[in-house]
Design a protein around this ligand. Structure first.
Ligand SMILES: Cc1cc2nc3c(=O)[nH]c(=O)nc-3n(C[C@H](O)[C@H](O)[C@H](O)COP(=O)(O)OP(=O)(O)OC[C@H]3O[C@@H](n4cnc5c(N)ncnc54)[C@H](O)[C@@H]3O)c2cc1C
Length: 410
């Protein structure tokens, strides 16, 4: 069995960012495994711009952003296998690969989980009605239009105000389709404010909050959807139904981290993030298995995926060289007003970046972190939105010798 110092599962921004940083830190035996024909992950189909503002200080398209990392990986001669899927991963870090050449088993000192996420589908929402063509997720519509040059519809309804849905509402308008509206079940949008402005307001596409699709109609092709209003508890309000004719329903209703392989290896998941429970070194509950990017928690901007993967690489290098990481003494838990936090544990030895999301929109509020009852961080936030991940640096010298950490929004 061939063995590597690090096997990285997924050749998207997280996997490539980690691989490049590892190589630069002197880790020689690295294998990146990517199931698609090309490296770059989901960015290959995101042809709009706005990528790289934080990481590179310039606005790039998704493929341009990805290409920088692909070229760097090539320059550093990192072994990247495309058209190759990881089928199985064990706790002992034995990795089963599947490609045209057949099955192959390799061993790894450290494994980096960088499998990204997938989209929630109609099945997950259980919308009533028939099963016609024309109902698809925003990512599928994006794939058809941007990678295959296939127009997916003419009269469009978008369900969910996630960023990819907003971007596709604009994209379809630019291609000549009529987008009749974006319908969001929550009383606030779930996409970034800049995408509401640039993708909906600039094109006069209406956004209906506290609304959802309650029925899908059509035989061969979608012909209409029923739209209903909902109350604060997201229950449908009887009598508010109206029919809207359309041939395409685009779903932008959330992303789910792809953690089947993680579960195979016995990695413990956080029910809030649907990603692995990690410490400040991005190490999961299984020693030597690390996770970063969308497989760990859904990010709104790819720049933060890259920065996270680069931070993870420091820890993987330490693990590969010493075969151990510091023990985790403390848990980090989300308190009042906080949906989730990453990491969920820490050793107290090192500084780290705390990532979190709030549960609902709030203005002029304060994020606090307490350890064992003592405040170690207090930050005012002008506008806290569930759509925007918040990040704070926790310096090592602020951490106390004892006590779990609790994050709250006041
Ligand atoms: C449809 C869609 C559109 C998006 N648009 C934007 C956007 O416009 N702007 C933005 O900032 N962010 C966007 N995002 C968020 C985006 O996912 C992240 O910014 C970033 O691409 C995540 O990087 P990643 O490496 O974690 O995951 P990905 O880019 O998803 O890469 C994961 C890679 O792992 C591979 N993989 C998975 N399982 C296996 C396996 N078993 N074996 C081998 N390979 C495997 C996949 O093929 C994929 O290439 C979008 C996400 C989606 C789903």
């Amino acid at each position: 069995v061939k063995s590597y110092q690090a096997v990285i599962i997924g050749g998207g921004p997280a996997g490539l960012g980690a691989a490049i940083a590892l190589k630069k830190q002197g880790i020689q035996d690295i294998l990146v495994v990517e199931r698609e024909h090309h490296l770059g992950g989901i960015l290959r189909q995101c042809i709009h711009d706005g990528f790289g503002l934080t990481r590179f200080g310039e606005s790039l398209s998704g493929p341009e952003y990805a290409q920088r990392f692909i070229e760097e990986a090539q320059r550093l001669q990192i072994e990247c296998r495309t058209d190759c899927t990881v089928l199985h991963l064990t706790e002992e870090k034995i990795v089963t690969l599947c490609s045209r050449a057949g099955l192959e088993v390799v061993a790894a000192r450290a494994v980096v989980l960088a499998m990204g996420c997938r989209e929630r589908t109609r099945g997950a929402l259980a919308i009533a009605g028939t099963r016609p063509a024309g109902v698809m997720t925003a990512g599928v519509a994006q794939h058809y239009m941007n990678l295959r040059n296939i127009m997916v519809g003419r009269e469009v309804v978008v369900l969910g105000s996630g960023d990819i849905g907003l971007i596709m509402a604009r994209r379809m308008t630019l291609e000549g389709a009529k987008v009749k509206g974006v319908f969001e079940i929550q009383p606030y949008p779930s996409g970034l404010p800049r995408n509401i402005m640039q993708c909906l307001n600039d094109y006069d596409i209406p956004l209906y909050l506290s609304h959802t699709v309650t029925e899908i109609r059509g035989r061969e092709r979608l012909s209409a959807v029923t739209i209903s209003q909902v109350d604060e508890a997201m229950r449908v309000l009887p009598g508010t139904e109206r029919e809207l004719s359309c041939d395409t329903l685009i779903l932008s209703v959330g992303l789910i981290p792809e953690n089947e392989l993680s579960l195979d290896a016995g990695v413990v998941l956080d029910y809030r993030t649907k990603g692995a429970l990690v410490d400040e070194h991005y190490q999961t509950s299984v020693p030597g298995i690390f996770a970063a990017g969308n497989v760990l928690h859904v990010h709104d901007l790819v720049d933060f995926v890259t920065l996270e993967a680069e931070a993870l690489a420091n820890a993987v290098t330490e693990y590969v060289k010493r075969n151990t990481m510091p023990d985790c003494k403390f848990t980090v838990v989300p308190g009042e007003g906080i949906g989730h936090v990453v990491p969920q544990r820490c050793s107290g030895r090192d500084a780290f970046t705390l990532s979190l999301r709030v549960t609902r929109p709030r203005r002029d509020c304060i994020v606090t972190v307490h350890q064992g009852g003592r405040e170690i961080l207090r930050q005012t936030v002008k506008n806290a939105l569930p759509a925007e991940m918040l990040q704070y640096s926790i310096p090592a010298e602020r951490l106390n010798a004892e006590g779990d950490l609790e994050v709250a929004l006041l």
